[in-house]
Design a protein around this ligand. Structure first.
Ligand SMILES: *Cc1c(COP(=O)(O)O)cnc(C)c1O
Length: 402
């Protein structure tokens, strides 16, 4: 059967507007489309493909488990899930793990758990959830409402209640909002979709202190920032602040769908049998692949490599910018980087992305003013150089099109 990009418009719900080429194959940080054209991949499936495409260790884990056991449901537990949970608790603050299939589901679990804890320990009054403008937490109705972007949450009728927002990095505004009625605070320890916005370390510390003061749970949404992305296994490890609940997905499965919520034994004890669940969550196939990805990423040399690669990205991006003068700054951490467009190019991140596609480079945007890169954590230096050479041609094309 012959399918093309045109088929998308015939048979798919139009909630996406994918690129005109259709990728068919990938190896490492290179991808090929239906016409055989080769792309350098700086998008990484939106910060998912931490080990690039078809990493041999992940392919092996998938094939091994694929010949053993795919799915059971949570009527039974399984070895890959137990091993992965053990490794995650050993490597983080957490003592308990809940598996889901996506970031939104992990966050949904975290929010429901926080509400349950507050209800059981303090009563109905304590239900407020505070989150931050420009935050992103997924697309279920609860998580999209907690996310701080009206463009995603509005237009679907009445929303879940008791959710308030203030500006990220504005500790005074946060202090004015939080009270003993606050049940939880959800934040990204590096805002991704909202424009690659790093937290002010004093802000994060202040949020932690105020959460403690008001007995509110601090939930770090590390769906994008986790699993080595910032050069730390989880971003909280570089901030000197420990959350009560942490969610992780995207990179966790290295391309296989899986999400997880991590927390302490005490907090976890409020989700008794039957209070929450998922048919697929923690399925052996997903956990076997994620376990292998976790093993590879949770390694000092790989994590140090992220920081080295960040340096190279920044150096080469600065060179491009000194020639073309299009960014105000390159921000973010590790291999989650954003080029913030200056006033002259305000609102035009899509134009840069389209120009990059023309130059056979896959990249991302984070809002209309930021071009985002989230490549494989083990992308070879030569692919970084080749990708940025293509990016330079894309920048030149946008600048010269004026
Ligand atoms: C992508 C993302 C989500 C949603 O994850 P899905 O797997 O798409 O549901 C949630 N939070 C953050 C910070 C994200 O970047």
């Amino acid at each position: 059967m012959n399918v093309t990009r045109a088929t998308f418009d015939e048979v798919m719900v139009p909630n996406y507007n994918p690129a005109s080429m259709v990728p068919v194959r990938g190896v490492g940080s290179r991808v090929w489309d239906q016409d055989g054209a080769e792309y350098v991949d700086f998008a990484g499936g939106i910060a998912v493909n931490v080990l690039g495409h078809c990493h041999p260790a992940l392919v092996e884990a998938l094939q091994d488990q694929g010949n053993k056991l795919w799915h059971l449901s949570n009527v039974y537990t399984n070895e890959p899930a137990l091993r992965l949970a053990k490794k995650m608790t050993e490597a983080t603050f957490a003592e308990r793990v809940y598996f889901a299939n996506s970031g939104a589901e992990a966050n949904e679990a975290a929010l429901k758990l926080a509400r349950r804890v507050a209800l059981e320990k303090y009563g109905e009054e304590k239900s407020q959830i505070i989150a931050f403008n420009k935050g992103f937490h997924g697309r279920t109705f609860f998580t999209v409402t907690v996310g701080g972007q009206a463009a995603y949450s509005d237009g679907f009728g009445p929303k879940p209640g008791a959710i308030d927002h203030c500006d990220y990095n504005d500790l005074a505004a946060f202090e004015a909002l939080i009270s003993d009625k606050t049940c939880a605070v959800m934040m990204e320890p590096l805002q991704g979709e909202g424009g690659i916005i790093s937290p002010d370390p004093a802000f994060v510390k202040g949020v932690r202190e105020l959460c403690d003061k008001h007995n509110a749970l601090l939930i770090f949404d590390e769906v994008q920032s986790g699993v080595g992305r910032t050069g730390h296994l989880y971003a909280y490890m570089g901030l000197d602040v420990t959350p009560d609940i942490l969610t992780t997905a995207k990179a966790l499965g290295g391309g296989f769908p899986i999400g997880a919520m991590l927390t302490t034994a005490d907090i976890a004890s409020h989700l008794k049998p039957g209070t929450h669940g998922s048919t697929y969550g923690g399925n052996p196939l997903a956990c076997a692949v994620a376990e292998r990805a976790f093993d590879v990423v949770n390694d000092a040399a790989v994590l140090r490599g992220v920081t080295d690669k960040e340096k190279l990205f920044r150096e080469l991006l600065d060179e491009i910018n000194s020639k073309y003068n299009v960014f105000t700054e390159v921000r973010g951490k590790g291999l989650l980087l954003g080029c913030a467009l200056n006033e002259e190019y305000a609102g035009r991140s899509r134009d840069f992305l389209n120009a990059a596609t023309n130059e056979k480079l896959m990249c991302l945007v984070a809002g209309v003013n930021v071009v985002r890169f989230a490549p494989s954590l083990i992308i070879p230096e030569q692919d970084i150089r080749e990708g940025l050479a293509r990016f330079e041609r894309a920048v030149a094309a946008v600048v010269n099109a004026k």
